[in-house]
Structure formats: C-alpha cells, structure tokens
Design a protein around this ligand. Structure first.
Ligand code: ACM
Ligand code: ZN
Length: 489
C-alpha cells in the first residue's frame, strides 16, 4: 500500500484529500486554530497541520480556509484529532448539485439543510431549478399572477402513477384531484437562502427556463403563448413530461416579460452565472404562429431552429450587458451566432432529447469555445434508480449506481487541449418522483458524496472500494445529523 492509502485506511475523509501524512496513533485535544495566508496555494485549496499544540491552516482564499475547517471537523471525533498534515485542492471549480423545486416543492428549510450538507462535502454550486411547466416558484414584482396561477397546480400525478402514452402521441397519468400550492419564494426567502449558502461558500445559480418549459408562466400570462386558448385552465401542467406550448418568441411583449424576470433575477441573485434552460423546447407552435413566422422573416432566420437560436442569443446578450454569463442545457447552443461566453451544461452522452432536436457533446461545446459543466444522465441523474435491495422510493427510470457516480470522469472524450473548458460537474435531483425531503435525501446521499469525490479528486481519485469504506463511516455521521442517507452497499 502507498503512504496515502495507508493513511486513508485510518481516517475517513470524503472527499479524499490530495496529500496526507499521519503520525500514527498520536492525537491532540488542543483544537485551537491559527490561520495564515499563502498565495501559492491554489484557489479553494488549503494546507492543514494538526500538531500537539494546536491546528495551523494556510490558504490563499476564504473558501480554502473554510474547507480546511470542514476537513478538521471530519478528522475530529469526541474532541480528539489525529496528528496529520494535509495539502489539498480541488480538481474542478464547479462542484454542483441541482435542486428541482418545480415538480415538487421542498421549501427553504430543506434547501438550507441540503446546502449545509453539500458544503461539508466541498460542493460549491447549488443550481436552483425555479421554473418549469409544472410550477413557477418566484414572486416577481410587477407580475403578481405568476404566483397566483403559476405556483398552484390544480392537480398532480397520484403517488405511484406512471406515465402512459396515448395512441394520439399525448401522455396521461392518473391524477390526485388536489390543488398543489401555492408554493413559491419571496425576495426575503431568496436573500436568506443566498446568504446562508454564501456563508458556506456555496454559490446559488438560479435557473429560469426559456423558451420551453414555461407552461406555468403561460398559465399566469396566456397572452405570452402562441395559442393563448390552450391555457384556458390557468394551471401549470398537471402531469410530468414536456409541454408543447412555449414562449411566443415572435411577441415583443413576451420577450419583455422574460427580460423583466431576468432583471429581477440579476437583482436578487449575486451569481455571475444565470441558467436559462433551453432544453426540450418543442417548436411546433412556432410553425403556425403568425408572430413567430414574422420574426423568422424579419430576422431572415429561415426556420424555427434558428428562431430558438435568435431567442437564446437575445437573452445571452441581455444578461451579458448586465455583467452575467449564461449557462444552459447543451442544445441551447445548437444554433448560429451564440457568443462563446455562453456556457453549456452537458446532460447527454449519445442519448437524443425527447424533442429530437439533437445535442452537442462536451468536446463539440468546448471546440466552439464554450465552457462546460458536465451532468451526464449516465452518472449524475440522482432521480435514476440506485439499485438497492428493498428500496422504498420511486424513481423516474434508468440506473445510476453509487459506483457509476464515483466512476464519473468529467473529461472523458474531450481532447487534452480542450479540457480547460470543462469546469466541473453536478448531480441532478429532478423531482417528478421525489415527494419530500426524506425521499430527496435518500436519492441524494451517498451518491452525491461519490460525485463530490469525483469532482474534488479528478484523476487522482482513490479506488471505489476505498470510497465505500470511508462512506460507511459517513453514512453513520449523516444519519446522526438527521439526513436520510441510503445504504452504502
Ligand atoms: C433535462 O434533463 N431535461 C436537462
Ligand atoms: Zn408565437
């Protein structure tokens, strides 16, 4: 065994640190911490020395000092800490978790608890999915109907119901007949969550989906749809899956509405990156909409694919002018003329979207100059089954085991010279089949810990068996914190 494997065999740190030496069998109870700056230490990295007479920490930034503290907490049991020296820094700078408050709403206490646990595993991004076909969760000044209609679903799929395909190509699910909501966040809630996250060095990246996945907004403002008559029920979509009614991007008032929403988002979220969705946008309504067809003619776009690219470019530039960069699901970068400053979130590695629009691989995105965050369905979709025996919870389908999460290689298939564009990755907690906090935590932990290790360690990640040994200790710690962590094997 190498020195590092020996050391790790005695101590359960997740994610594993880069370099660690241990003075075997020696402990201290003097946990007085002295911090110093060392500009040579990489961003978010730290050096930690636990000696008999106290603890010394060096870092070049506050995040590094915070992570040294988290490592120290993991090392310390019953007031005793082994004498160690650690040098540590992350491989990737985007270490994220995605949180879907639209299909099911979890609320700020669950969110804060999640952020707190994330920060213990050195995650630094929470991608907050706030708007979708099934719910709109932001109270935007000047648009009171967004929460009046968009935050209340008239009914939802029954617990245990599955999606059925009808002969005419539509889908149906058995419904529960109960109103769900109103559930949304006020500005004070957002500021509270953002501040709570910032204290733990977690940046909140909000997602406002456009131009598809906007049915809940259209329920509030049907005039921003190509076919307002389809929104007569004034409710978000009742079942899971993708709505055909999308933003009428030929309508200047609909564009202004989204600008107002994004202006508000820029005001309340300090993140320099804003997610604008862009996935699974059906273009059928645009084909027969006079306003959308006029936009295609006026702007010489040729077809509805380029109409989506026009809308994307518009909002990318709108946000750029406000000092923000956008990120979106990979296909939002399919069209022409979108600036390279726009970032892509890669979620498919070969699978086609349900809308059949195609996709861009991380290598293709990087070759076009876009920075990329990896969240492939094959390793990062935490709503997929984890293949546990006797699992009491429902999943959307597919399989992502703990081992698959740990094996995630975020640069796979990307040529060496383009790897600088791969910023990191994240686990996605889509919530169609996730009903509450206990369900969410079970799906998230320990798999998110495995992703945290893949993101922090990169190529120097220890073997899966070693992770499993350490994770068993951490499951006990998570359980003691009241986190509903699933079994490790
Ligand atoms: C996605 O899963 N639709 C990004
Ligand atoms: Zn239209």
């Amino acid at each position: 065994m190498t020195a590092i494997t020996l050391a790790l065999a005695a101590i359960a740190l997740v994610p594993a640190p880069q370099k660690m030496s241990v003075t075997d069998g020696a402990f201290t109870t003097n946990l007085t911490v002295t911090c110093a700056r060392d500009e040579k230490i990489p961003a978010e990295g730290y050096r930690l020395k636990v000696e008999a007479d106290g603890v010394k920490v060096w870092s070049s930034d506050d995040a590094g000092r915070f992570y040294a503290g988290e490592t120290l907490k993991q090392l310390t049991e019953k007031g005793k800490c082994p004498l160690v020296e650690i040098e540590d820094a992350p491989r990737y700078k985007w270490r994220g978790v995605h949180f879907d408050d639209c299909r099911h709403f979890f609320g700020k206490e669950t969110l804060k608890k999640t952020i707190n646990v994330m920060s213990q595993y050195k995650f630094n991004v929470l991608h907050w999915h706030l708007t979708d076909d099934q719910g709109w969760r932001l109270d935007v000044p000047g648009y009171p109907d967004l929460v009046k209609y968009g935050a209340v679903r008239r009914a939802s799929p029954k617990h245990g119901a599955r999606m059925m395909r009808n002969p005419d190509g539509t889908s149906s699910m058995a419904l529960d007949g109960q109103a769900y909501g109103p559930f949304f966040y006020t500005e004070a809630d957002i500021r509270e969550v953002v501040a709570y996250a910032a204290e733990r060095h977690v940046r909140i990246v909000p997602e406002i989906e456009l131009p598809g996945h906007v049915f809940a907004a259209l329920a509030a403002y049907p005039e921003f749809a190509c076919n307002p008559e389809n929104l007569a029920a004034r409710s978000p979509r009742l079942i899971w899956g993708v709505e055909q009614d999308v933003l009428c991007v030929g309508n200047d008032r609909a564009i202004r509405f989204m600008e107002d929403v994004l202006d508000y988002v820029c005001r309340v979220f300090p993140s320099e990156v804003i997610h604008i969705g862009g996935d699974e946008c059906p273009r059928k309504r645009w084909e027969s909409c006079p306003k959308c067809q006029k936009r295609i003619r006026d702007e010489r776009l040729g077809d509805t694919k380029n109409l989506q690219a026009w809308a994307t470019r518009h909002f990318v530039e709108f946000l750029f002018a406000r000092g923000k960069r956008t990120i979106g699901w990979d296909e939002y970068l399919l069209g022409e003329g979108i600036p390279a400053t726009a970032m892509g979130m890669s979620w498919r590695l070969g699978e086609t979207a349900s809308t059949g629009h195609g996709w861009l691989s991380p290598a293709e995105l990087a070759a076009k100059g876009h920075d990329v965050v990896m969240t492939p369905m094959s390793a990062c979709y935490l709503d997929y089954r984890q293949e546990l025996e006797d699992d009491p919870f429902e999943y959307i389908g597919g399989v992502v085991t703990l081992a698959q999460c740990h094996a995630a290689d975020f640069c796979a298939g990307v040529p060496q010279e383009l790897r600088k564009h791969i910023l990191g990755g994240q686990g996605n907690n889509w919530s169609e089949y996730t009903w509450n906090q206990y369900d969410l935590e079970w799906k998230m932990w320990p798999r998110a810990c495995a992703l945290a290790e893949a993101l922090w360690c990169g190529e120097r990640k220890p073997a899966f068996a070693d992770f499993v040994r350490r994770m068993k200790v951490h499951r006990k710690r998570l359980t003691a914190q009241g986190v509903n962590c699933a079994p490790v094997e």
